[in-house]
Design a protein around this ligand. Sequence first.
Ligand code: KIV
Ligand code: NA
Length: 265
Amino acid sequence: KRKITIPDLQSQKGRGRIVCLTAYTTPVARLMDPYVDMILVGDSLAMVAYGMESTMKVSLEMMIAHTRAVVKGASRACVIADMPFGSYEKSPEQAFKNASRLLAESGASGVKIEAGFEMLPTIRFLTQRGIPVTAHIGLLPQRANQYGGFRIQGRTGQEREELVKLAKNIEMSGAPLVLVEGVVESVAREIVNSVAIPVIGIGASPVCDGQVLVTDDILGLFSDFTPKFVKKYAHLSEEMENAFKNFAEEVRSGDFPTMEYCFKN
Ligand code: KIV
Ligand code: NA
């Protein structure tokens, strides 16, 4: 089984949907590796693993540590890592310095940045220098402060035109992939039909060339907030809670450990 590369993902456009999930640790990456094409080490890490209220406080060091853990568990899937807030927006040079560090220290195949038109020069700068950049457009969680929360994008004619234009410009700037979050179906469709690079969607309808969700959401592990576009494929919180409760009860009652769990002379 050969490692899936970014060009492999690109050549999948129009041939079969790209399957992507997030991971932050080695064991979870190892479990999903046979089934997904791409693993995203998302800065959603902030909320699902660190109890932070937004993605804005993730550091480059945290992304490096978790991406390195995921790369260890991924022998087949292509690993892409999020650039954290504040690590790439200032200039193409700043983005290159931090993206190259993220890739070199983790072994991931590419990075993802949240992008508007202002990031086009950065996308070009990085992709011309060996760093494949996935551009994340539409609903941008790192800009929640500016928008005053999470709002579905592309409902107005102007937003719709801008998003399609942005996607085209991202392709022209050299990005191998574009990820579209939280947009209405008609806009996602227009984007998919306007660019030759694969469009990975989250909350962006089935028209996309691929789909991604946050793993902790689909496992029913993170439930502080569940967006409409999340489908739960398991209810792990309940199962874990039962395990914790039963362990506590059995320790207190003396039912655990029995002799079968003990060393004997
Ligand atoms: O951080 C993340 O998990 C993401 C996905 C939701 C696309 O960016
Ligand atoms: Na993210």
